[in-house]
Design a protein around this ligand. Structure first.
Ligand code: G16
Length: 543
């Protein structure tokens, strides 16, 4: 077995986005593309010499081959040990947990998350820090800088390792521990929640449907929901992870998880439904005849978290991404705890969690999590919901209506315009940003603009500043419009338009959100000139 230095040249465009580097799979499979980026991860984080890493991915096409390359590169770069999920599989939250549990020097996660997988779809790689969380901007910038001056990569010449067999093997000098991807994670979940109360609810006839969308969560959900909580076999559908996710778009939202949505709105629907994404960090929650928006889910989880053993002492604080609705802020106020507004991207929660300033975090993009790991965690959110349902003994619909009655309802929706021309998207955002100073005081759709800005985040822990995180337009009645371009797409640009309106009157809280948001939607289109700028007036995904 020899360690070889391979000459290479910088490859353009290896700048990590909202969550690591995501590209079309054929791009990742080009000669040296993966290798350059992985070498940049090692170089940009002080080298791999003597370090221990976690490695796993969501099982999408190219996951297995990429894992072999990464292992051989880790060995050549001097890593002491890599802990790999069996079959090179780990959900993102499970990887985060393993990094923390084993106190490793970080981990490499192979995933393009909610993006489709397959030979012509998407692939991704990201680095997580020793705290288990996604690398912050300072580190992704350092990695990117390394990609720009990359001239050699290190990789040993060796046969592939059998990653299907649990146990310890050696790759050159490096130890490779192939571990059960589910066991430690399932044990963690059992330590956080009242499984006995949930089992009793299940024994009493409670029914659930979990759509794993042929992605990584299948084995985790089957083990926890069916085996440990006693739900009937078949509760988890699309439970076998497939390289192309069975053609599904593994993004748990009403558009892509429509099969689950349809079932939950039938007369004989289960009591509770949920779906998760490609790598298991996102979740969608739906009750019988009621969809729970991610922003509302965060607020309800925060308001009721004390019902679960792990959070019975209360929350230290709540954090949400800026485009997420202010529903959680109202809960934080009622609980008398701090509330933080961060840019989009789970990496921004890491400092707050590490500093003990917040316990629960969430995003409108179907992400919720807590300080148990440093990633959002789809199954965690589902289990906290189940714990709350078991203790309260009420339906999802009842809990939602009671929540709105107490706190008011933040009607909320996100409109996505996907795969638009990047130049048009950039031009639209530039024009909108240029108009910011003129917006306050403007009357539109019977509302008056109170303030407008391009969101900048000042991290209260390390003092770093992240600018240009999205245009916020706030109205004097509490309504809000946010516009930003996605940092996770791989095709053209995706415009995300986030819409919010607050309704304190309990007699007006049952409207269809699109109807309730009508004036806000019209105002957004007029202010940003969406049709004129990008040539589209209808979103292709509404969440
Ligand atoms: C990632 C990030 C999230 C972010 C989401 C959408 O999620 O971890 O924090 O909210 O992307 O980002 P964007 O609006 O830039 O597309 P995931 O599940 O894709 O890893």
């Amino acid at each position: 077995m020899t360690s070889t230095i391979h000459a290479t040249t910088p490859i353009e465009g290896q700048k990590p986005g909202t969550s690591g580097l995501r590209k079309k799979t054929p791009v990742f499979m080009r000669p040296m593309y993966l290798e350059n980026f992985v070498q940049a991860i090692f170089d940009g984080t002080g080298g791999a010499q003597g370090k221990t890493y976690v490695l796993g991915g969501d099982g999408r096409y190219f996951n297995d081959r990429a894992a072999q390359v990464i292992l051989k590169m880790a060995a050549a770069n001097g890593a002491a040990r890599v802990i790999v999920g069996q079959g090179a599989i780990l959900s993102t939250p499970a990887a985060s947990h393993l990094i923390r549990l084993n106190q490793t020097d970080g981990g490499i996660i192979m995933s393009a998350s909610h993006n489709p997988g397959g030979p012509t779809e998407d692939f991704g790689v990201k680095f997580n820090m020793p705290n288990g969380g996604p690398a912050p901007e300072s580190v992704t910038e350092a990695i990117y800088a390394c990609t720009q001056r990359m001239h050699e990569i290190h990789m040993i010449t060796a046969s592939d390792i059998h990653l299907d067999k649990i146990g310890r093997v050696r790759l050159g000098e490096m130890i490779v521990d192939v571990v059960d991807p589910v066991a430690d994670y399932a044990a963690l979940m059992e330590s956080l929640f009242d499984f006995r109360a949930i089992r009793a609810m299940v024994a009493g006839g409670f029914r659930m449907r979990f759509d794993a969308m042929c992605a990584v969560t299948g084995p985790y959900a089957t083990e926890i929901l069916e085996k440990r909580l006693g739900m009937e076999p078949g509760t988890v559908i699309n439970a076998t992870p497939l390289q192309d996710f069975g053609g599904h778009h593994p993004d748990p939202n009403p558009t892509w998880a429509h099969v689950l949505m349809e079932e939950m709105f039938t007369p004989n629907a289960p009591d509770f439904g949920a779906a998760s994404d490609g790598d298991g960090d996102r979740n969608m929650v739906v009750g019988r005849n009621i969809y729970v928006s991610p922003s509302d889910s965060l607020a309800v989880l925060a308001a009721n978290a004390h019902l679960a053993p792990a959070y019975k002492g209360g929350l230290k604080g709540i954090a949400r991404s800026m485009p997420t609705s202010a529903a959680a802020d109202r809960v934080a106020k009622a609980l008398g705890v701090e509330c933080f507004e961060t840019p989009t991207g789970w990496k921004f929660f890491g400092n707050l969690l590490d500093a003990g300033r917040c316990t629960i975090c969430g995003e409108e993009s179907f992400g919720t999590g807590s300080d148990h790991v440093r990633e959002k965690d789809g199954l965690w959110a589902v289990l906290l919901w189940l714990n709350i349902l078991a203790v309260r003994g009420e339906s999802v619909a009842h809990i939602m209506h009671a929540h709105w009655k107490r706190f008011g309802r933040n009607y909320y929706s996100r409109h996505d315009f996907e795969a638009i021309d990047t130049r048009h998207a950039d031009a639209m955002m530039s024009a909108l940003k240029a108009s910011i100073p003129t917006l306050p005081g403007t009357e539109i759709e019977g509302m008056s603009i109170a303030s407008a800005d391009d969101f900048a985040y000042h991290d209260p822990i390390d003092g770093s500043v992240s600018r240009a995180q999205g245009v916020r337009i706030k109205f004097d009645d509490g309504s809000r419009i946010v516009l930003r371009l996605s940092g996770t797409g791989t095709e053209g640009a995706t415009l995300r338009l986030y819409l919010e309106r607050y309704e304190p009157d309990a007699t007006k809280q049952d409207l269809d959100p699109q109807e309730a948001l009508g004036p806000v939607i019209r105002a957004a289109h007029a202010l940003a000139g969406i049709k004129e700028q990008i040539g589209r007036d209808r979103p292709n995904v509404i969440t």
